[in-house]
Design a protein around this ligand. Structure first.
Ligand code: SF4
Length: 155
């Protein structure tokens, strides 16, 4: 194996390991005794209307990008009417719901119970930030840019 191929292989392993850790954080979040009920109304996916766009750490962006790739897409879908690009316009559903970012799970959707208090999830946030730093990120980015960059990295 050439040095370049070895570097690519170790980068892929690092991304896979980070993705596994992030998914474990999502599992632990789901197990928290905080009552929330997302019924996929997708109101919080309407960034332009809410004026709020989730910020993603790099690990979350990698998980989202890998999930999008698993749908057969290699590029971020176009944003329609200021909604999240992951919101499929025809079905009105999230393309990556099972792998949606942390902010989409601790959402600000009133119907689902409002935002989780930071103290309820701060330990999980710290772990996401640690993975972000380990991946050499400069910090969380808005969802569209974060996922587009992650897609380019895993291409
Ligand atoms: S990733 Fe999915 S759940 Fe999160 S804002 Fe986008 S469409 Fe909504």
């Amino acid at each position: 194996m050439s040095a370049m191929n070895r570097r690519a292989a170790s980068g892929a392993e690092e991304f896979a390991s980070a993705s596994d850790e992030v998914r474990q954080i999502y599992v632990e979040l789901a197990g928290r005794p905080v009552e929330r009920q997302c019924i996929r109304r997708t109101e919080c996916c309407q960034f332009k209307l809410t004026g709020l766009t989730p910020y993603l750490t790099k690990g979350e962006a990698l998980v989202a990008a890998r999930a999008l790739r698993a749908t057969g897409r290699t590029k971020l879908p176009a944003e329609i009417d200021g909604a999240c690009p992951m919101l499929e316009s025809q079905s009105g559903r999230c393309l990556i719901y099972a792998d949606r970012p942390f902010g989409c799970r601790t959402h600000f959707c009133a119907a689902a119970g409002g935002p989780m208090a930071r103290r309820e999830v701060v330990d999980l946030i710290r772990r996401l930030e640690k993975i972000d730093a380990q991946l050499g990120s400069d910090g969380p980015r808005k969802l569209p840019g974060a996922v587009a960059a992650a897609l380019a990295e895993i291409a």
